[in-house]
Design a protein around this ligand. Sequence first.
Ligand code: HEC
Ligand SMILES: [Cu+2]
Length: 356
Amino acid sequence: MSNALRSLQKRLPSLALTTSLLLLAGLTAACEELHPRDAYQHPAADASEVSAWFYNLYLVLDSIIFFGVLAAFFIAIVKFRKKPGDNALPEQSFGDSRLEIAWTIVPTLVVLGITVPTLGGLFELAKRPDMNQKIIDIDVTGKQWWWELDYKKEGINTGNEMHVEVGTQVMLHLTSADVIHAWWVPRLSGKRDATPGRNYPLNFKPKEVGSFDGQCAELCGASHALMGIRIIVHPKDGPDSYENWVTRMKQAAAKPTTPQQEAGQKVFMNKGCVACHTINGLSELAPGARSRTSGPNLTHVGSRDYIAAHTLKNSPDSIATWVKNPQAVKPGALMSNLGLTDQEASDVAGFLTSLK
Ligand code: HEC
Ligand SMILES: [Cu+2]
């Protein structure tokens, strides 16, 4: 045995101990603060509660195994360490059927203990919800690099920020317009692919009012990392209720009230924006207009928390930055750089911000 190997062998126990302690410290630190995408300690819907239950089950089972193996390891290195002056060959053993049976049965039981409940969980998640209750149906289309959200029954088309109601069943119908994307808002449900030509369901019932962030979970091109999601869960009553949001969204866009907003509206109508974006009550007035969905519907863009799929906090400044050079914000963004002047950019930003 080389010297290096021998010294490594000597240091092995302390190395193993340090690694385990570090791991443990990392785990406890991770448990402390509420991360916006932490599904396992703070699930906020029935579907994510199922995942959280399994996460915790595996955590317990795996910890038992991990610490069991670690204990056996330490016992072995202490008990069977070479004693000074003892140069005899250790006792040689050749096969032990009790041991072999044990290490066949125990892992089988562990695997079964994980598989059986997991299958139950899969069926639970795939169950079609009771259709005799209020259901919010939303067609979700993944696009490079944003999400089109279509509420067919309500007649609302919007992007990136999904609004739903606490305690009400949500049914998503996921597809894609280009490559494979994946919908993932961890605190509300597991991941589901959005695949071109397919329609995959994803069901959940939110239990908590608030904003929940997510992310496209499939490597889908240059700006995959900038394809975020936000779900806003509204209360059932009060000024901030889901029904009030629906009523607001069904209204046509606000009319410009200041000279800057008027100038901005002209930029929108004359600089090519209508080729890709719809503003209900306005785009129809453009020559040859029809509903355009290659870019997000902007009828109420001023009421979003973020723009460009959770990439920039919504503000007049960030809209101006975005429209002046989308690719600088989001590499490969499929919005043309229309060469707006600073004035045009800030006018159109003022106009779009007013569309609450
Ligand atoms: C070639 C099509 C196209 C044209 C033309 C276009 N856009 Fe876009 N726009 C897009 C796409 C695609 C996105 C989504 C980009 C992303 O998030 O990856 C977008 C996003 C936006 C957003 C952010 C919306 C949100 O909710 O995230 C704003 C604001 C916007 N465009 C304004 C404009 C304005 C103003 C013009 C005209 C000066 C314009 N766009 C011209 C395609 C276009
Ligand atoms: Cu994607």
